[in-house]
Design a binder for this molecule. Sequence first.
Ligand SMILES: Cc1ncc(COP(=O)(O)O)c(C=O)c1O
Length: 374
Amino acid sequence: MKLKPFRLERFFATHEFTAPYLLCCSDCESLSLKDLLSFEESAQEELASLWLGYTESRGDPGLRTQIASIYQNLSPEQILVHTGAEEAIFNFMNCVVDAGDQIVVHAPYYQSLGEVARSIGAEVVEWQGDPNNAWELDLQHLQEKLTDRTKLVVVNFPHNPTGFLPDAEFIHELSRLSDEKGFLVLCDEVYRGLEYDPKQRLPSYADINERGLSIGVMSKTYGLAGLRIGWVATRNQELYSAIASFKDYTTICNSAPSELLATLALRHRQAIVERNLSIIKENLRTLESFFSAHQEAFSWDAPKAGPIAFPRYLGESVERFCNELLQDTGVLLAPGTVYGDGNNCFRIGFGRRNMPEGLQKLEQYLAGYTGRSE
Ligand SMILES: Cc1ncc(COP(=O)(O)O)c(C=O)c1O
């Protein structure tokens, strides 16, 4: 297995802890340990007296109970806890995909959703959202790509990086197609819960299809990336057992303090998500006026969910624009090229409280920007 460098993660490894204004992060505002512990009176003592031995490989039962309560039809035995969504993706792909398979991936995509399968020897075919139609996905296009080698279809709703979200009818139709044609569906749902209109929240894929899988994580919707707690949710017993057994070769079990803290956070998830959504919505209003004042430089389709969007730079090269912006102002935007072609788009993030500071720097930069190198 030879994995290509993960472009987006290498980009963050270079800049995340040096750029003064991070304007492209995909997580929500985090919490301090103190803030999290203050949700419950006994939490501090519980953490201090925690036993630091190995933990249950599938995940602590109390944590799995909390995670299962996010879903309609899943029990704690159908939740498999991992170290972040990233480990869940890696282990899932290694259990499901074989050399010579074809897999179809919703594009543009978070690289590991396609790259792990490619490194195993699968053919990875992109199912592209339409950049000229608010990143809509067309099920007809999916049908045209299916072959008798298609083992898996990977989707990501709400979508990184565009904030696209289909309607419920779409997801039910995808499930019906999966049953008819025999392919599996992996739905990466790490931004689920961050829909601006709760009526647009999709049912979780693991709830509607018995063979399918959903992936979730503490990092995005709950802003707790440092816990490194993610999970697979599935009613597919055979697959669950295979992934549980594969995990013996990756992390074996999870960090006990992280499990305790994730359980605490999920007991208070409503309050955490409400706070995060209110930051996102306020930042979105600011962004909407920014983009309407700069239509000569950018075009964008407002996202439907999540803390990121994928506007298009109307100048020549988005990569050069992002590089010059970073050098001159310290503002970090992620050029769409970290996703592949990228359509001259860039990723902007608005889940954090300090987003307006970075945006103000960008605004000042645009005021003096003459497109000097173009
Ligand atoms: C769509 C998607 N899936 C998975 C991940 C990985 O999440 P984590 O870093 O919490 O493991 C990310 C992180 O950016 C993501 O955006």
